[in-house]
Design a protein around this ligand. Structure first.
Ligand SMILES: CC(C)(COP(=O)(O)OP(=O)(O)OC[C@H]1O[C@@H](n2cnc3c(N)ncnc32)[C@H](O)[C@@H]1OP(=O)(O)O)[C@@H](O)C(=O)NCCC(=O)NCCS
Length: 131
């Protein structure tokens, strides 16, 4: 979502989605509260069941929405919530974790062992309408 216009009704759809699924076996959020209310940092992850292969059981973890609010950056919050999420996804049986990084996030992810995947490709199969 970094560098993208984030306004729009998708936020309500996301809130509904999280209300239904957060705390279950497939979606988790790790957060640090801001002292004055709201969140200082968060990391959300989703477990996806894919196909087993020779070197992978087929359970994928998607790391998403890793954000520390500006005033709280460089205090270790991003690392703390991301580490907790990686541990949770691994505990859910994920043997491969995927994420899309930003320039700001790259050092953090590399320090946790993530590597770039030159084989990765994607197709935006259907234009996503925000309305
Ligand atoms: C990326 C982000 C989550 C880091 O959050 P943070 O709370 O500041 O991170 P931490 O304090 O835990 O730092 C973790 C590591 O990230 C790296 N890092 C963080 N900010 C950095 C910066 N501005 N420049 C270079 N490296 C940086 C460092 O390696 C740091 O480890 P260190 O402090 O031991 O050197 C935060 O900058 C952010 O929300 N950015 C906008 C959203 C985003 O890009 N999210 C990631 C992609 S989805």
């Amino acid at each position: 979502m970094v560098g993208v216009d984030i306004a729009g009704p998708w936020r309500d759809r996301l809130a509904d989605h999280l209300r239904e699924r957060l705390g279950g076996e497939l979606v988790a959020a790790f957060v640090i509260d801001a002292p004055a209310g709201g969140l200082a940092a968060c990391a959300i992850g989703v477990v996806h069941q894919g196909l087993p292969g020779p070197d992978h059981v087929g359970v994928f973890g998607q790391v998403q929405t890793v954000v520390t609010e500006q005033p709280f950056r460089r205090r270790g919050y991003g690392r703390a919530v991301t580490c907790a999420l990686v541990e949770w996804l691994t505990g859910q049986g994920c043997t491969l974790l995927n994420l899309a990084t930003s320039d700001a996030g790259r050092e953090l992810y590399v320090s946790l062992g993530f590597t770039s995947n030159p084989c990765s490709m994607r197709l935006i199969a259907r234009p996503y309408h925000r309305a």
